[in-house]
Ligand binder design. Structure first.
Ligand SMILES: Cc1ncc(COP(=O)(O)O)c(C=O)c1O
Length: 375
């Protein structure tokens, strides 16, 4: 079993922390959530103590299907949706049903380490494929890849979207070889500029794409709810895999989440958080394009709650992260997300859980210490 997280998280986060993958729980409407949980509890108290549908609670699948149609132009029936324990669970189930030991899985480099770990754990040969400004370089895919994992909305960790040409090229590539694509659409909810691009799933006419989503970025990661809308041919095998692994997830959480979505509270929460994250992103970019421009070259993403920035010479990740930590600022390098690709020094700035005034304070402080680090 390979390690899935290359980052060493400090046991006590620094006061000004840019850790990625975190959301701001202080802004989550727990009073509304409590009502949804109570509603789910009352319904559960009235139902028989029995196992439920392996694919998840029906009303949650309906809520997700409607959400995807309206927000992502992904068309599905409610019963196409399979609820999972986060996106990671969906990746694991997909790997179990598509990969035999020794078969090839391909993913982006730099890329998402938990996906790499999960495919490796099946005994597959996992091949990292380089990315450029348009996303995964399709011409560099290994010919025999059975499964290709991509993050088209917001490449993990660099942040650029996959271009439409690449999306079409990838679909054509996969169709020729009968390969399956996992489209991990994490972080698609917060779009700040540009026209939304068609998800691979909605361009897919040949039934190749398993669309994976998560509530880890919109609610919080501990919720452990994600979903997959697989190609029709993989629906049955996925349910079998699910049944023999954990049967089904926590129905109380699923029912509460369904109520939260169907009552309009999820949409309200997303709208509010969009404004808050937009302000954080703007503050971050103001600094990176302003007094920090001598040291950083941001890769401006169109969506998501983190952004990456390259370091200008002579700054190194190690020196910068160390100096920042000594000044109570948590910064995180890009190097650990690389496999074969030669890492260009850079940082990943998560702004899911750092307030706008703390971003301002941290980056003003950083500008003060950088002249000594960069020398
Ligand atoms: C690329 C990517 N996919 C998915 C997720 C969410 O995973 P999960 O739903 O298992 O929490 C993350 C979280 O950071 C991510 O970075």
């Amino acid at each position: 079993m390979p390690d899935s997280l290359p980052l060493s998280r400090p046991s006590v986060p620094p006061p000004l922390d840019f850790m990625g993958g975190a959301t701001d729980k202080s802004l989550f409407p727990f009073d509304v959530w409590r009502r949804c949980v109570n509603h789910a509890l009352r319904a559960q108290a009235r139902s028989p103590g029995m196992y439920r549908d392996v694919a998840g609670e029906q009303e949650l699948r309906l809520a997700i299907s409607r959400y995807l149609a309206f927000n992502r132009a992904v068309s599905s029936n409610w019963d196409d949706v399979i609820v999972t324990q986060g996106a990671q669970h969906a990746l694991d189930l997909m790997a179990r049903i598509t990969l035999r030991p020794g078969e090839v899985a391909a993913l982006e480099d730099p890329g998402y380490p938990p996906a790499h770990a999960c495919f490796t754990a099946t005994g597959a040969r996992v091949v990292p494929v380089p990315v450029d400004g348009q996303g995964l370089i399709v011409s560099k895919l290994p010919d025999k890849a059975r499964l290709v994992y991509v993050t088209p909305s917001h490449q993990f960790p660099l942040g650029m979207p996959m271009s439409l040409e690449r999306r079409v090229e990838l679909l054509e590539w996969a169709q020729k070889r009968g390969a399956v694509i996992i489209e991990d659409d994490y972080d698609c909810e917060y779009r700040f500029e540009g026209r939304p691009m068609e998800p691979l799933k909605s361009l897919d006419r040949a039934g190749l794409v398993a669309y994976v989503g998560t509530f880890s970025k919109t609610i919080f990661p501990e919720l452990r709810v994600g979903y997959v809308v697989p190609p029709a041919s993989l629906h049955g095998p996925l349910l079998k895999a699910r049944r023999i692994t954990d049967c089904h997830g926590c129905t109380l959480t699923q029912s509460a989440l369904a109520a939260f979505m169907l009552n309009g509270d999820f949409a309200k929460h997303l709208r509010r958080m969009h404004g808050i994250y937009a302000a954080r992103r703007a503050m971050l970019l103001d600094h990176l394009h302003g007094e920090l421009a001598r040291w950083f070259e941001p890769i401006v993403p169109t969506a998501g709650i983190h952004l990456a920035a390259r370091l200008r010479a002579p700054l190194t990740e190690q020196a910068l992260v160390g100096a920042a930590r000594a000044a109570s600022i948590g910064l995180y390098g890009l190097a650990p997300f690389h496999r074969r690709a030669r890492p260009q020094p850079g940082l990943i700035f998560g702004y899911g859980s750092i307030a706008v005034e703390h971003i301002d304070a941290a980056l003003t402080k950083l500008a003060g210490i950088l002249p000594r680090v960069g020398r």
